[in-house]
Design a protein around this ligand. Structure first.
Ligand SMILES: Cc1ncc(COP(=O)(O)O)c(C=O)c1O
Length: 416
């Protein structure tokens, strides 16, 4: 069943003395991002399965130290062009072309690219350009909280469309639209190695989604941070590969997962007309993405750093996922179902015991020294109370096993 949350669009009840805009009520924030502050309050050892961050041992730190010495020149510490530093746009385009991450029809077209301050800014630009207050935005259920929260910050009504092991159940979206006569203005999807479920949308579903979007003129925000991190199975075409140069597809990408999240760099790949509007929108946000960091990444890409690094990541994450899947079976036999992703960062766990509330469990888990994100964080309507998301990418196999042992202890203590 799909569920819709209607934006109340009332003025802030939280602080009636201040004349907040109606959208202030909809600034719900992100439980994921807040977990960084939550964890900072603990001084004992915690195995972090919460945040979707690459581990420190998975960052190209050595290369960066060397390259920083070359490119951190005073001339690169000034304002840059809003669309991005030309040297990065070119290096990025060359890398994406060489690794078939853009369709042949789009090769050579740099006018589609805009360097953003992380994938989050790409999402913000997408929702800002296409969502007016009261518009319907369809998202996966569960979904990446920050995406649905961004749609809500533009006063969208949210339609949660369930996910199964073939990704978003587009058939449910079709049924909902036929029943209500109200198609979504925007569809927010993470088709490949979905956050949080780790599942990948099947080819028939991808085709159905495109056909739906074309019939209803819905914009698809295709959020694809993990697609390049496939460690098993057959690769599937992105929505943008299936429908090249499609003005309805707003592609959001990021350097955070295959380079480093602290750089705060990402990009959008969109119709050139949309790109020009996004440039105007970005100028009222932050003028340009961090310039020294753009030069750092440009040089790293030009040296061919990404190709070998991504290979290292794929192999490491394959091992980490296998360790986590095996550990879940060993520590929780017959007690849960976990997804089995072919790439990306995350596993989604559903406990058979529906009374096990993962939000209530969290304080005990943190005391025992393990962090995760509770299921309701991934649903605007607060579903998934007996689910949780685990990030397998951030820890070594030994630490993953230690973390699962601690989770086992936490659950036993919580029940007792
Ligand atoms: C699906 C998805 N989209 C977007 C982002 C945001 O990326 P960034 O950290 O580059 O802003 C993330 C990060 O976790 C993500 O998982």
């Amino acid at each position: 069943m799909s569920t819709t949350s209607t934006n109340p669009a009332t003025n802030s009840a939280q602080s009636p003395s201040l004349p907040f805009a109606s959208r202030a009520d909809q600034l719900v924030g992100s439980v994921i991002d807040a977990s960084t502050t939550l964890l900072a309050a603990y001084d004992h050892d915690i195995v972090k399965f919460g945040m979707g961050a690459p581990a420190p041992d998975m960052l190209p730190a050595k290369d960066f130290g060397r390259i920083a010495g070359e490119v951190f020149d005073p001339s690169n510490f000034t304002y840059g062009e809003t669309k991005g530093e030309p040297i990065l746009l070119e290096a990025l385009h060359d890398y994406l072309s060489a690794t078939d991450q853009i369709p042949a029809e789009q090769k050579g077209n740099l006018d589609r690219l805009l360097i953003t301050s992380g994938g989050m800014q790409g999402l913000d630009l997408g929702f800002k350009l296409f969502v007016s207050p009261g518009d319907l935005v369809a998202c996966e259920s569960p979904t990446y909280t920050n995406g649905s929260a961004t749609a809500m910050s533009y006063e969208a009504d949210i339609l949660e469309v369930p996910v199964d092991d073939e990704g978003m159940q587009v058939e449910v979206l079709e049924e909902h639209t036929a029943r209500t006569g109200r198609p979504p203005k925007v569809i927010y999807t993470i088709p490949t190695f979905q956050n949080p479920a780790g599942v990948t949308m099947s080819l028939p579903r991808r085709e159905l989604l495109l056909s739906f979007a074309h019939r209803h003129r819905s914009v698809i925000i295709e959020d694809n941070p993990y697609g390049m991190l496939r460690f098993s199975g057959e690769s599937l075409p992105a929505l943008s590969d299936l429908s090249p140069n499609d003005p309805l597809i707003f592609g959001v990408r990021t350097f955070s997962k295959f380079v480093a999240p602290g750089l705060r760099l990402g990009w959008i790949d969109v119709d050139p007309e949309v790109r020009d509007l996004a440039v105007n929108a970005k100028q009222t946000m932050d003028t340009c993405a961090p310039v020294p960091n753009q030069h750092l990444v440009a040089q790293w890409l030009s040296e061919g750093g990404a190709e070998s690094h991504v290979e290292v990541l794929r192999e490491a994450y394959r091992e980490r996922k296998l360790t986590m899947s095996a550990g879940l079976e060993r520590h929780f036999p017959g007690e849960l179902r976990a997804t089995d992703p072919d790439g990306g960062f995350f596993l989604w766990v559903t406990f058979d015991d529906e009374t096990l509330n993962t939000e209530q469990l969290l304080p005990t888990a943190l005391e025992e020294g393990v962090a995760y994100i509770p299921g309701p964080a991934f649903s605007p309507g607060g579903s998934f109370t007996n689910d949780l998301r685990l990030c397998f990418a951030s820890n070594t196999p030994e630490r993953i096993d230690e973390g699962l042992e601690r989770l086992r202890r936490a659950i036993d203590r919580h029940r007792a």
